[in-house]
Each structure stands twice: as structure tokens, then as C-alpha cells.
Design a protein around this ligand. Structure first.
Ligand code: FES
Length: 117
């Protein structure tokens, strides 16, 4: 696993996302507050570029007429068919056991944003 400096951490503002080419991989980096996430920029369904999607919470329901919006870490919605993925785990929200986007270890080191891929 290689260490790749992507940019200065302030180049991505809270709530923004940005794509980087890391070797042969297109990596999507998302900043949520002070936390950064890095995932493969391709939907496992039919390959849409996830950076063209939108960030948001996911609705969870345990009973009829009851639901909550889960913010934890944030979620990204695919631009083509609206599958959503947990940015922390890469798991899809509708089928977490079987559908997953690759995630990468991403860290702030000094002022640099570094991904290990
Ligand atoms: S390509 Fe992403 S949900 Fe279909």
C-alpha cells in the first residue's frame, strides 16, 4: 500500500468532494466537517461516477410511520439509480452485505491530505 499526498487539507472545504487519480484508481475524497473519507469513484451497480452524485443522510425505519435520518459519517447517492453508500464503510444502504464500494485509508498529516492505496 503506497502513500499518496493528494493536496493541502484546506483545498477541500467541509461538505465538498473532489476526485483524484491515484495510480490507475479514481478516488473520491469527501470532507464532512473535519473528517475525510476516500472511496473508489465508481458505483458497483453499473459503474457511474459517484462524484456526480450527491451527499446526504439516509432514512432508517424500524416501524411503520417511524423513521429517522442517519447522518453518521454521511452517505453518497449514485447519480444514475440513487443507490446510497455509507462513506465510512463503503457499504450500500439497501444491501450492505453484498454491495460495497472500496474504501481507502485517508489521513491528515501536517497540512497534507494523504491516501494509502
Ligand atoms: S450505477 Fe449506481 S445505482 Fe446504478
Amino acid at each position: 500500500m503506497g502513500r499518496n499526498i493528494l493536496c493541502n487539507k484546506e483545498d477541500i472545504k467541509p461538505g465538498e468532494k473532489k476526485v483524484f487519480q491515484v495510480g490507475r484508481a479514481s478516488v473520491l475524497v469527501v470532507r464532512n466537517g473535519e473528517k475525510f473519507y476516500a472511496i473508489r469513484n465508481a458505483c458497483p451497480h453499473q459503474g457511474a461516477e459517484l462524484d456526480k452524485g450527491f451527499l446526504g443522510p439516509v432514512a432508517r425505519s424500524s416501524q411503520v410511520k417511524e423513521f429517522c435520518l442517519e447522518e453518521h459519517g454521511g452517505h453518497i447517492y449514485c447519480p444514475w439509480h440513487r443507490w446510497s453508500f455509507d462513506l465510512e464503510t463503503g457499504c450500500s444502504d439497501h444491501d450492505p452485505a453484498n454491495e460495497k464500494v472500496k474504501t481507502y485509508d485517508v489521513k491528515v498529516e501536517g497540512n497534507d491530505l494523504v491516501v494509502y492505496a
